[in-house]
Design a protein. Sequence first.
Length: 152
Amino acid sequence: MGVLAGIARHAYPKAPMEVLDAVDVTVEGGLHGDFRGAVKPGGRGRRQVTMMERGDWDAAMAELGHSIPWQERRVNLLLDGIDIPQVPGTRMRIGAVELEITVECDPCSRMETIATGLKAALKTDWRGGACTRVKVAGRIAVGDPVAVLLPA
C-alpha cells in the first residue's frame, strides 16, 4: 500500500502546474480543471490522469544533481511507497477512485527545457510514470491510500 503524495493540474497546454490538496475526478473529465482529462468525441481517454512514483523522480533528480519540484514533470499525481505496475489494463485505487493504466507516460522534449538530461533520466524503466483512464469517479486528497487492485 502506498499514499497519494501530490496532486497537480494545468488548465491548458503549457500552462503552469497548479498544486492541490484535493480534487474531484470524473469518468468524463478526469481531474476537475485539468485540460487533458476530458475524453474527446470518439476518443479513448487513454491519458486522462497521469501519475509517477516519488522514488523515480527522486532518482532522476539525484542522477542529474538537481532538486526540481515534482510537478515540473507535468504529471497529475505523485505516488509514494508503491510501485506502479508497468502493465496496461492494471487498475489502481486512490481513495475511492479507480484508474486503469493504459500506457507509459513517455517524457517529452519539454523535459529538456527544465534540465538538460531530464528526458533521458525519465525514459528508463517507466520512470516518467503511467497514463490512466478513470474507471470509478470520486474525490481524492493528498494522504489517501493507494493500492494496486488484483485481477478478478
